[in-house]
Each structure stands twice: as C-alpha cells, then as structure tokens.
Design a protein around this ligand. Sequence first.
Ligand code: FAD
Length: 231
Amino acid sequence: MMQVEITNIIDETNRVKRFELSTTDASVIEFVPGQFVQIIHPDLPEFENTRSYSISSLKSGTNKIELCIALNENGIFTPWLFQKSLGDILKISESRGEFVLKSEHLNFPIMFICTGTGIAPFRSMIHTALAAGNQDVYLIFGNRKKTDILYKSEWEILMNSNSKFHYLPVLSQESDFENLGYVHEFYSNILREIGEARIFVCGWKDMCAETRNRLKAMGYNRRQYFFEQYD
Ligand SMILES: Cc1cc2nc3c(=O)[nH]c(=O)nc-3n(C[C@H](O)[C@H](O)[C@H](O)COP(=O)(O)OP(=O)(O)OC[C@H]3O[C@@H](n4cnc5c(N)ncnc54)[C@H](O)[C@@H]3O)c2cc1C
C-alpha cells in the first residue's frame, strides 16, 4: 500500500480523465508494462473498497504513474474519483497483474486489440515492444467517435515515425471515417494475413468475449492470446 498525491489531471475526453499520481515520500513505483494498481476508497467497507486501474504511464521506475479512467455516472467509485482535485491524497496498492509483455512474445508480431480505456495498459506495452524488437506491432483500437480516441495524437505520431507500428482506429458511430464498424472484422482480416502472432485484448466484457470466440474459431490458443477484462 502506498500514499500518492494527485499532481495532474488531464481531461482527455468528456468522459475520461488522465490522473498523474506521485508518491508523497518520493519513493519509486515499479511496474511491468500491462500491470494495474488498485485504488482504495477510504469510506467503503473492506472487500468493496477497491477498484483496479491499468497503469497508462510510459516509464516504470519513477515516483509517478498515470491512470486513464472513464466516468461511469451510475457507479460508486468513479463519481467519487472524478470529484478529486490536484493535491488530494489517494491510497493505492503495489503494481499487480500477469497481463504483461514477456520477452518470448517479442519473437512474433504483436497485436493489441482494445476499446475505450482498454488502451491504458497497451500504452507502455506498445512502446516497449517497438523499442525491444524487430517485429511489427498492430493496434486495433475501437471507439464510438473520433473524439473518443484516447492518446490520439500519440498514435498518429508513432505511426508516422515508426514503420513497424500499424495503427487502425475503428469507429462505430461516425459516418465519415476510413474504418467503420467494430474491431472484429479488422483484426480478423489482419490476422489472416500475418498468421502467427501474440495477441493482447483489453476492455469490457462483451468485446473480450466476442474476441475470444473469434480467435478460438480462427485456431489461436491460450499460449497466443491474453485477456484483461474490465468487469
Ligand atoms: C484489471 C483491471 C484494470 C482496469 N483498468 C481500468 C482502467 O484503466 N480504466 C478504467 O476506466 N477502468 C478500468 N477498470 C475498471 C474499473 O476497475 C472499474 O470497474 C470501473 O472504473 C467502474 O467503476 P464505477 O465507478 O464505474 O462503478 P462501480 O459502481 O464502482 O462498479 C462497477 C463495477 O465494479 C465492480 N464492483 C462493483 N462492486 C464491487 C465491489 N464491491 N468490489 C469490487 N468490485 C466491485 C463490478 O464489476 C461492477 O460492475 C479495470 C478493471 C480491471 C479488473
């Protein structure tokens, strides 16, 4: 358990905020790309007082981490979190989770499939994969509208500066966009072309379930795909 101060809040979209959290004693936070922390709510009963949030920072080993969190107006936790201001103190867990990039994954093309805040753990994973290997890295990122795309300019800059990074935003509620619809047909088409890959999937239940079914039907197995489900 550690104590952190909210040192920056960025309104990334009208429903998503990026929270920069800094340790109050300047201690360092280590994480493996893909891991999450739990935030502890001081007024909720034990066993109901934590929610998990993927670490969206680029770099481990500093005194800061970033979380990228969507507001659920009907929820208990995020309305409380979204009322917080700069200087407020939160309690968080150590970094946790097994949904991480391992060196053996880097021998294959890597595909990241997500919707919404499911992008959070992929931010550091994408940069790590590109820095570490010679393999192509694919990001298939589903959202409703252009304005919902988190870290939008970062992906565009990376795509233009690194030929190994293939960025495919897919939008379900725009009429004028190159890739319209849901993520499924887009990653299926790419996987048919590239064959063996290591596939990471992150987001809410329905998208994860549908993706799992499709990957299984295409012959991929649990050594090749990895899921982080948000509910
Ligand atoms: C590994 C992991 C990483 C995640 N990363 C992110 C992220 O980066 N960004 C993001 O926006 N969201 C993330 N989530 C989702 C996040 O943890 C919350 O579920 C989400 O913020 C909903 O909180 P809420 O205020 O909307 O609703 P709440 O009312 O707090 O509850 C909504 C959901 O929380 C769970 N829940 C409800 N009651 C309890 C309880 N008593 N104890 C524990 N869980 C309960 C249930 O699944 C419920 O559907 C992640 C989830 C997991 C499991």
